[in-house]
Ligand binder design. Structure first.
Ligand SMILES: [Zn+2]
Length: 144
């Protein structure tokens, strides 16, 4: 196990353990072509925050660290919820379910999704980081 020191594009230096001596140069140039993990993570959080803002979502409350993390979680979760609702509608149509019935069901899911979108507590999103779209929607529907 060889160790290399890579200077990332963000200026941070990180040490990495590399298996296989001949891979050292490869990993060195790969690591040095990108920002370090923490800087990439921070950039991802900022991008999520901007996207959430422009989608009209409420500003999150919590510690600075919680908010940064929750922005990315919130974006991913809402995306999967939207996808789930879209899939549910398509499935209903494919199965020849009555359109009025589909609209009613989708309307309920949309209302639940809107409730979820309104949650501004960073810790709420962090607690549910492993939730599937179905779990989010079920919780919102049963909370009434
Ligand atoms: Zn960095």
């Amino acid at each position: 196990m060889a160790k290399i020191q890579a200077i990332h594009t963000c200026g941070h230096t990180e040490e990495y353990k590399i298996a296989g001596r001949k891979n050292e140069a490869y990993w060195q140039s790969r690591y040095e072509a990108e920002a370090c993990w923490e800087c990439r993570k921070a950039e991802e959080n900022i991008k999520a925050q901007l996207a959430n803002q422009s989608n009209g979502l409420p500003a999150l409350s919590g510690s600075e660290k919680q908010i940064a993390w929750a922005e990315t979680l919130r974006m991913k979760s809402l995306k999967s919820i939207e996808q789930f609702i879209d899939d549910a509608r398509k499935l209903g149509e494919r199965q020849g379910v009555d359109q009025a019935q589909i609209d009613e069901g989708i309307g309920k899911l949309q209302a639940a999704a809107d409730k979820i979108k309104g949650v501004a507590l960073a810790s709420w999103w962090i607690d549910r980081r492993d939730h599937t779209a179905q779990e989010f929607l079920r919780e919102a529907l049963t909370r009434g």
